[in-house]
Design a protein around this ligand. Sequence first.
Ligand code: HEM
Length: 385
Amino acid sequence: MTPEVRANPYPLYAELRRRAVCQVEPGGMWAVSRYDDVVTVLKDSRRFSSEGLGQSFRPPWLERNPTADSLVMKDPPDHTRLRAMVSRAFNGATLNRLEPSIRAIAEELAEAAVRRQEVDFVAEFALPLPARVLNLFFGLEPAMALRLKHWADDLVSIPASQPSPQRQEEIRHSLQEMERCFHSLIEQRRAHPGDDVVSELLRGESLTQEELLSFLFGLVPAGVETTVYLLANTMVVLSEHPRELERVRENPALIPRLVEEVLRYEPPGQSSLRLTTEDVVLSGVTIPRGSLVVALVGAAMRDESRFPQADRFLLERESQSTLAFGHGPHYCLGAMLARMEARLGLEALFSRIRGFSLQREDLDWSQSIIARGPRALPLRLEPVR
Ligand code: HEM
């Protein structure tokens, strides 16, 4: 968690891959960093459990937090049953229906950013895009998009450290506000179903009220923070590879490839946490039962045995085998949506700029072991004539 590692974790990851499996700070958790080992951890929910991770979202100062019971913190058989029920809200038809609205949001944000030229790319583009898309997905009033971002920040800050009494109060307030908002949304959709995610989840064999609430709570951090960093990391990577920007501007059909390579080279989700349910031997090292394991996806995707020239950013890379959206039972339900948001956002932006420059080199990177991206990204955009 040191500033140097936050700014560039990749040399440390290389060292960790040499040692395969070892204990690291904070707290002596077990770091797994080679591609094959990370796949083993993510695939095997019997020995590497997600249940119990919810505890960190339920600290003693917080009486209630439905996020602690969200899908990503469950194991089979509960996870399997819930996932089968919620998956239908993420089908291709939903995405096709959302595409024109997402494109319109992307164009509006790109137009405004390019007009201003000097922007904080995170605050003015990367963040409002997924916040407004999630808002649309929920079918909430447009004005709620900013609240979603605020809630996402509050939720992800819960496991970190002991917050001040004032901060605890703010977080409690956000959780109560979220609960009121989602309760009222559920009631409205029960009475007047529409074509949004909540109406879809209320149809047919449905979840209990509490399961639905936890699922919606879980979508707030899952749907916002990661996509913000995917967009922001793309611009950071392109600032270091200006020739690649020219190539995607000349040929926008390369944008999906660009997104995939950013997901590998600078993944917004750097790791996933698990708890061992028994002693497990991985790469010859025994991880004792009850240990906290950090599966370092960011390290796995720089593993030379899987990705030749792993430290190079190469648009022509063919075999991706990406772990950026996880692997196995918890594979990201929003992966197609996130890819679509990134594609439409970057298409809208790149068609309006000739180039851009980073206004400062020493970026303030997220202080999270899971999500990686700059908290602010001052850019100067050069509009096309
Ligand atoms: C670039 C953007 C995104 C990235 C990098 C990302 C990454 C991930 C990863 C790595 C996981 C697995 C976590 C684990 O195994 O512990 C995950 C799960 C999940 N993601 Fe995403 N995600 C993104 C966007 C989204 C969006 C836009 C949504 C929904 C609106 C979403 C919804 C979910 C859900 C519901 C799960 C839990 C699936 C389960 O536990 O079965 N994600 N995501």
